[in-house]
Design a protein around this ligand. Sequence first.
Ligand code: ZN
Ligand code: ZN
Length: 323
Amino acid sequence: MTTMQKTRVLLLLCLLPLAPTLGKRGYVGWQAVQGVWAQGQLSPRDADLRAATEAVRPLCVPVGEPKAGDWRATVIQPAQSFAQYVLSQPVQPTTERNTIYVMPLGEFSAEQSRIVDLSVEFLGLYFDCPAQLLPAAGADLVPDHARRIHPGHGEEQFCSAWVHGEFLKARLPADAAVCIALTATDLWPGGNTNFVFGQASLKDRTGVWSMARYGDPSISEAGFVECLRRTLKTASHETGHMFSMKHCEFYECNMSGSGSLAESDRYPLSLCPECLAKLQYSVQPDMQARFASLAAFCEREGLITEADYYRQAIRLTEAPSSE
Ligand SMILES: [Zn+2]
Ligand SMILES: [Zn+2]
């Protein structure tokens, strides 16, 4: 064994005992070791970017122990700090590929169609990119092997992995930063899994989400707002994945993984400081202008809690007065 090889083995033996002590699970601890290492690799500009998003911390709730049935209680996933995100060479819009495309798939009621239009507008503001609706694709384009009748509730489901992994991948517009399908039919990812709210690729720039479980928006004004809020949460969550953002392990955040409607209802339509830094790095919006446009949208559409959040975010990120 050469001296170099001996040094590597020694370094590994030194780091391994750290892993279980840095988190509840050794795997998570190892991620923390990597995160500490990645933090030291940030350029001064990126370190400043991360420091700027810290202003919204007072508005965010750190995660506690997961409740029974929560996503974090059932799925072990590596945490992704801002520094790890930067080092992952994330998907970003380019001059040639700068538009978010949304493709409706299947049938929609009039109220659901209104929510499709609002989702496109919201995604454009949230990611500060042009956002466009593609012509709708009929349910007849979904082949038999990518649909099933759910064995429990008896409703039809489309296979989310097929939608974003095959269907959309073959139809990605040339100028698409990312492309996401939206359906009112329930989704399952394949195999014996029950359902998913949405699914997206971290690298292929495709995704899909469903509003099937978000209630009937025609039932009342409140029902419409509830369905809109849930749909926007999943739209922005899955699009965040397409810009290479992994699930948030730090705060109750729009990028938190969710395994049930009750759990996703707990999470906000906004990002924690760590995930906000990823968005700022990826799409580079003016942070205050973005908060202002989102506050105006939420206020107009009756999303009161969210409008309040974005107004407070504007206040917290204002430059101190020179007077
Ligand atoms: Zn997710
Ligand atoms: Zn987060």
